[in-house]
Write a protein that binds this ligand. Structure first.
Ligand code: 5GP
Ligand code: ZN
Length: 139
């Protein structure tokens, strides 16, 4: 529990939410300001700010819930697809500092965009630069 974290307050029952799934480790509830019908948030119950702060057991639990809920949410709202994503850090648009996975149902001709649209100007990277980045990540 982190003081002043709105999602910790939801986990603790201090703030109401439309819960759709709950286990010992994970809570899923409807987004209060949905981007689409059925927009759902999946969170680990223990407070963690960033994806990299999650314990291994929790990443499994969160992704298991995401994998189970994504098709279910789509069925319920009769969606044609879904974008599943995390805003990791303020620079990426994270406003609530408690890791959460967005499940955003998508509909043919809903006027939205693929996840490729989230980034800014695309970099022009040479093969050498790509090799270097890949090698550093793989280290
Ligand atoms: P972020 O920008 O941090 O990835 O997204 C935070 C999400 O949490 C937003 O989509 C916002 O609508 C949702 N949200 C913020 N406060 C509340 C709340 O009190 N209850 C619920 N259910 N969703 C919230
Ligand atoms: Zn929290």
């Amino acid at each position: 529990m982190s003081d002043d974290c709105i999602f910790c307050s939801i986990v603790d029952g201090e703030i109401p939410a439309r819960t759709v799934h709950e286990t010992g480790d994970v809570l899923a509830f409807l987004d209060a300001n949905p981007l689409a019908r059925g927009h759902t948030l999946v969170i680990p119950k223990p407070h963690a700010h960033r994806v990299g702060d999650l314990d291994a057991g929790l990443t499994d639990a969160v992704f298991d819930a995401v994998a189970a809920l994504t098709p279910r949410v789509q069925d319920v709202v009769d969606a044609d697809g879904a974008n599943v994503g995390i805003n990791d850090g303020a620079a990426a648009g994270q406003e609530v500092p408690h890791v959460h996975v967005h499940i955003v149902p998508r509909f043919e001709d809903d006027g939205g965009a693929p996840i490729h649209a989230v980034a800014g100007k695309r970099p022009d990277l040479s093969d050498d630069e790509l090799d270097e980045i890949a090698a550093e990540i793989a280290d």
